[in-house]
Design a protein around this ligand. Structure first.
Ligand SMILES: [Zn+2]
Length: 210
């Protein structure tokens, strides 16, 4: 396959550097067990990259180390790189330590983003029937502040909240299941891509020519 015909995914590890994202201090008597969202997102980003490349995709990361990057820089990396699809990786946090669940956000005005979010949620539910799935949400229903990456990217885009870092059990579970979570995201995004035959800026249903 020609390099340029391979689809390109842009993977955005949320937060980084001085922006740690959410955290869970777990045992207050220790600091070596502290969990930071920025580390989990980078770990998952590398796992996703490997999985996409294994399947013959090209993959680019908005960051490959623990550095802070403005949201619009992340957007520019994806747009100038002409990525076909975009995924931003995050973990949730809540004051209620019992809150759990997997959720996926999309731009309110993007039918393609919504469809891709649904494909990813479906893969997660299928692989992990015992885990809570909170569902698919438009960005205008979110309390999150990281959603510029959904509204300003030029390609179908989703933001995945893989779980609640504030919930001890879920934080541990997600750490142990990075490969499986990545698999759900990859499969869902690829299923979406194959169904919609995505081209930047163009909506072409797979059924148009049938
Ligand atoms: Zn985040």
């Amino acid at each position: 396959m020609n390099m340029n015909t391979k689809p390109l995914v842009c993977i955005d590890a949320g937060h980084g550097g001085r922006d740690s994202g959410a955290c869970n201090m777990r045992d207050p008597a220790r600091t070596d067990d502290d969990l930071y969202e920025k580390h989990l997102t980078l770990q998952l980003a590398f796992t996703l990259k490997s999985a996409f490349e294994r399947d013959g995709w090209r993959a680019m990361l908005t960051r490959e180390s623990d550095i802070a990057i403005p949201l619009m820089t992340r957007v520019r990396i994806a747009n100038e790189g002409k990525a076909n699809l975009f995924v931003s990786l995050h973990w949730n946090a809540a004051v209620n330590k019992k809150a759990v669940g997997f959720e996926v956000y999309h731009d309110n005005n993007s039918a393609r983003g919504k469809s891709m979010a649904e494909y990813v949620c479906k893969e997660f539910s299928r692989k992990y029937p015992d885990r809570k799935v909170r569902g698919v949400f438009p960005d205008n229903q979110s309390q999150h502040t990281d959603l510029t990456v959904l509204s300003r990217t030029a390609m179908p885009a989703i933001l995945v909240e893989s779980g609640f870092i504030s919930n001890d059990e879920e934080a541990d579970w997600t750490l142990k299941n990075m490969t499986g979570i990545a698999e759900c995201i990859v499969k869902g995004m690829q299923a979406f891509y194959n169904a919609w035959k995505v081209k930047p800026g163009v909506i072409t249903s797979a059924n148009t020519n049938s």
